[in-house]
Write a protein that binds this ligand. Structure first.
Ligand code: SPV
Ligand code: MG
Length: 669
């Protein structure tokens, strides 16, 4: 695409300002003239070739262009009759350089903001700048627009007209038609009309779209008053602020393009999402916030970096009151749509605008995301993530998984919330569900090797941190090996309960014989486990069964403090009562003496308590211990009975997941 700038005219309405040079050399800011700004913006928009028509002070103009060192390939064409002809004739003089080209045509006295030029240049079809928000000028150009098409351009068309400026992007076909008509008029001696006269005579044969840029700057300078107005607007433009939010975890060319476009609108403030916000939106960030922010800060395009602590932009928008928010158009629909709507509402409070650019899906990014996922599942990355999430979120949730398939469900289950997704943070490898899935009772009958096999299967297809139900931990001499094996597999935490002998599931309570371990013996088991541990990330959690076995609150608390003193990284308190009172009482009493050690609960019985309430009371890990197994079992039983009853599978189909969906759930690599 070639740019054509029309600079032959006298510019006599500028008075003294054009006494020694052509109008395009008028200063519009301390650093720029109309022409130097046009050339800079053209170069930034990727234009390489420029044709400038000259006449008045042509040598001064050419010397000036050379001194600018723009790097552009500029051809000058002199209109020898510049004093008595209009620019229709200047164009005709340059015809040999213009024929068959795609052209970006502009008057030499036009000042526009970068986004206007960019939009015109990027247009898929021929277009002309118009404004539906500016008042119709008395004497200057107006365009008659119907169905988004420009039908006529002139100073005297008022009906169905919009303010217009001579900034066109013309596809080669349209331009050739117009240029031929210009030729016809010039050869017939009609050289003092506007070039648009030729366009109008084509009666719509050039299909030119009206490019409505609203009140963004795109104005010509004809008089000293125009100069004053435009200079003021440019100064205001320099002070405009633009806000853009990123996770900045994986940067790709699409992000850089967006930053570049945003910078052209004004001073650029980048909001970098906090680690917590990123974790809630897709996955735990690969790079921690301080490094992501530092990376952004090091970009020359970015003027200021701030933390955005939530997916909602509101807090930062109200603080920085930007003139623009820039985003890819990928959030118009889908989970981010409510965030977008909020941005529009907040911006409306001070007349700010949301500018959306086409979202560029980057293949390289998809590959990087895939790699990041694979890496997140490696033992070292996975093991440490539970501690990180606890630091980051304060309270995390874990859902039961007992197979590769249930692991995938916990990994992938998500519901939209607050512009992001809500999902489980971790997986719980329940002894009850692992045993049940094998049709065995939960009495430590399924040996450790088989339990590890389950963990292995889950690890193969997931990335979320794992909390392993270690039952009683077995003999201390065995437990130390269990700790090392779990660490090696990338498990983040093992929870062992203070019982001995033939362990039964806690939900039986005192209905069955269960023996609680002595404080001393269990404390020694924990200490031995901690000594055996090789990594700093792995956690051993002591589970206290005093409430289950009705030994009282004092016993529960005494054990909790003894076990933390022995090195337990966390305490799980269990209860099988529907009423959460005893759990709450324990948490309160424990927190009165220990504010830091993470507390774990398994609200199977006291299931009316919300995560928010647990969090407020100081609970850190909430384990949904068996709900997937308990919901899958009746569904399977019912399906089996339906088929038996009907002597065929048809009636069971409605309750079955379509096979295609099952296949989609399973990743291929
Ligand atoms: C399990 O899920 O195996 C547990 C929790 O240990 S509970 O069943 O509540 O005892
Ligand atoms: Mg268990």
């Amino acid at each position: 695409m070639k740019a054509l700038i029309l600079n032959s005219g006298l510019g006599h309405r500028m008075g003294d300002l054009t006494r020694e040079h052509p109008k395009c050399m008028t200063e519009i800011s301390p650093r720029e003239t109309i022409l130097s700004r046009q050339l800079r913006l053209l170069a930034e928009a990727g234009i390489r070739q420029v044709v400038i028509t000259t006449g008045y002070y042509d040598q001064v103009l050419m010397d000036y262009c050379k001194s600018l060192n723009t790097g552009l390939d500029i051809a000058f064409v002199r209109n020898p009759r510049y004093a008595e002809t209009n620019y229709i004739y200047s164009i005709w003089c340059a015809r040999d350089l213009l024929r068959g080209e795609e052209i970006l045509l502009m008057h030499g006295d036009l000042v526009f903001e970068p986004s206007v030029l960019e939009e015109a240049a990027a247009s898929e079809d021929s277009c002309m700048k118009v404004s539906s928000t500016l008042p119709l000028p008395e004497k200057d150009f107006k365009a008659v627009v119907r169905d988004g098409r420009v039908l006529r351009v002139g100073v005297d068309c008022f009906d169905d007209a919009l303010e217009a400026q001579a900034l066109y992007h013309l596809k080669a076909e349209d331009w050739d038609r117009w240029l031929s008509k210009i030729g016809e008029l010039c050869e017939a001696g009609e050289t003092s009309c506007y070039a648009e006269e030729a366009l109008n005579r084509l009666e719509g044969a050039c299909r030119i779209r009206a490019l409505d840029v609203g009140d963004r700057l795109c104005a010509e300078i004809d008089t000293p008053e125009d100069l004053e107005n435009v200079s003021k607007r440019l100064a205001a433009l320099e002070n405009r602020t633009v806000y853009l939010c990123f996770s900045a975890d994986l940067l790709h060319s699409g992000h850089i393009a967006l930053l570049r476009r945003a910078r052209r609108l004004g001073r650029l403030i980048v909001g970098v999402l906090s680690d917590e916000a990123v974790a809630g939106y897709k996955r735990y960030p690969l790079v921690p916030f301080p490094e992501r922010a530092a990376l952004m800060r090091s970009l020359a395009l970015v003027d200021q970096v701030v933390e955005q602590r939530t997916l909602s932009y509101r807090e930062n928008l109200e603080k920085y009151r930007p003139d623009y928010v820039v985003h890819g158009d990928d959030w118009v629909t889908g989970v981010q749509a409510p965030i977008r709507q909020e941005v529009q509402e907040v911006l409306a409070g001070w007349g700010g605008h949301l500018v959306e650019f086409p979202y560029a899906r980057d293949e390289g990014l998809a590959e990087m995301e895939k790699r990041a996922r694979l890496e997140a599942g490696t033992p070292d990355m996975r093991r440490g993530r539970l501690r990180k999430l606890l630091t980051l979120k304060g309270t995390v949730t874990a859902m039961e998984a007992h197979s590769g398939l249930t692991g995938l469900i916990v990994e992938n289950a998500k519901v939209p919330e607050g512009g992001g997704y809500r999902q489980f943070d971790a997986m719980w490898i329940s002894s009850l569900c692992d045993s049940t899935s094998r049709g065995k009772p939960d009495i430590e009958l399924v040996d450790m090797t088989s339990r590890f096999r389950t963990v292995d299967e889950i690890c193969e297809v997931t990335t979320k941190p794992i909390i392993f139900d270690g039952d009683t931990g077995g003999l201390t001499e065995h437990f130390v090996y269990t700790v090392r094996s779990l660490e090696r597999m990338g498990v983040s935490m093992v929870i062992i309960e203070d019982k001995t002998g033939l362990k039964k599931n806690s939900l039986f309570g005192t209905e069955v014989r269960q023996t609680q371990d002595s404080i001393e013996h269990f404390a020694e088991k924990i200490a031995a486990g901690k000594r055996a541990q090789r990594t700093k990330d792995f956690m051993i959690c002591a589970r206290i069964e005093s409430l289950i076995l009705e030994r009282g609150m004092d016993d529960a608390l005494a054990r909790a403090f003894a076990f933390t003193a022995a090195g337990a990284d966390a305490i799980m308190i269990h209860s099988r009562k529907k009423d959460p009172a005893e759990i709450f009482a324990f948490v309160e009493a424990f927190r009165a003496r220990d504010a830091a050690t993470p507390l774990v609960v398994v609200p199977t019985s006291f299931n009316a308590v919300t995560e928010e309430e647990f969090r407020a009371r100081g609970v850190n890990i909430i384990i949904y211990a068996n709900q997937l197994t308990r919901s899958a079992f009746p569904a399977m039983e019912q399906t089996a009975e339906t088929i038996l009853r009907n002597h065929r599978a048809l009636e069971a189909d409605a309750a079955c997941m379509p096979f295609r969906e099952i296949i989609r759930l399973i990743p291929e690599e």
